[in-house]
Design a protein around this ligand. Sequence first.
Ligand SMILES: Nc1nc2c(ncn2[C@@H]2O[C@H](COP(=O)(O)OP(=O)(O)O)[C@@H](O)[C@H]2O)c(=O)[nH]1
Ligand SMILES: [Mg+2]
Length: 376
Amino acid sequence: MLFRRKTKQETMPPQEQVSDLKPEETVSAEELAALGIEPDEETLPEEPAQKIEPEPEPEAIAEETDVPETAEEPAPAPADEAPKMSFFGSLGARIRDAMVGGEDLTDDFFDEMEEIFITSDIGMDTTMDLVFSMKLIAKYDHIRKVNKMKEVIKKAIMSKIDKGERHKMTDKTPLVILMIGINGGGKTTTIGKLGAKYLREGKSVLFVAADTFRAAAGEQLSIWADRAGIPVVSHAEGADPSAVLFDGLEAAKARGIDVVICDTAGRLQNKKNLMAELEKMNRIIDKQYPEAARETLLVLDATTGKNAISQVEQFGDVAALTGVVITKLDGTAKGGIAITIADQFDLPIKFIGVGEGINDLREFDPAAFVGGIFDE
Ligand SMILES: Nc1nc2c(ncn2[C@@H]2O[C@H](COP(=O)(O)OP(=O)(O)O)[C@@H](O)[C@H]2O)c(=O)[nH]1
Ligand SMILES: [Mg+2]
């Protein structure tokens, strides 16, 4: 198995440590670092994270976050294109509700967080881990009131989902992207959106319709291809997917295409066949196009909740995944699965799907994701 879930010992904080945390205890920067949380450089003895400054204007936030980005970064989506994620609405609203009022921070608050996380499809292991991290950070930052917990919660979630540079797709070309995942997850739709995105960036794109299992899949990809003005290589229904890929790669080489995006069939129920099929496809790329860079993206439907975990395990067994795409975050109040996947597997989320339109794909930005929970 190429991707394994972390063992209980890795994910679960020791229980006695959780309950033994007394208010007067101090937490060292090293303890936070061990959890993957970057401690603030300096914390003041008295509730430094209170951040009494007024909330900056949205424009000010955009400017601030723009500054450290590299020059090649695509411009952030305009405000009217803001992700429509009901997940954020729900999780964010519940967390904000829990933070209302000036009550003292007690175990009740953490119990409430635990319940909110679990009912948002953030699994038990990740939830326990998150709550433990929140307790440590709150202590390190000397937080005593529930209404000062926002930054603590953000830091705890960031420590789970942030995989740094690995969220970015390779910028090497030629690039061959294999899209895999179960039927209905959103592969073909994501290919359409992703192709359009590469086109906007000035890259040449070619689609390969290697989901030959269902005639509709090829037709659907052709519709996306027409819409975006992208050439597509396809064969008849039932053709060997590797033969389509072979032709696609030949065409891509002949035309000097930058990015080849290959659709696949997601027949998990026949794992042996799927494995053989994906292995064969990978061999074709190795042989036909050894100089091409590669990405293998697993497409996961956020509305399937915890089932996504077993999909990562199963597809991780048959393919060398380089990242995941989480689709339909606009259609679920339980998208916590994004946090769970990032925590449980050493796999970066590369993109999120937030609708059925051609522009409804976002590069995954951990800070923006966490900010979104708080409506920022
Ligand atoms: N709301 C929403 N629907 C999506 C998203 N991505 C895909 N879909 C829909 O999910 C369904 C299945 O998508 P499709 O691309 O055919 O999945 P595939 O079988 O994996 O290729 C289609 O009706 C898509 O329009 C998304 O991000 N948001
Ligand atoms: Mg499809």
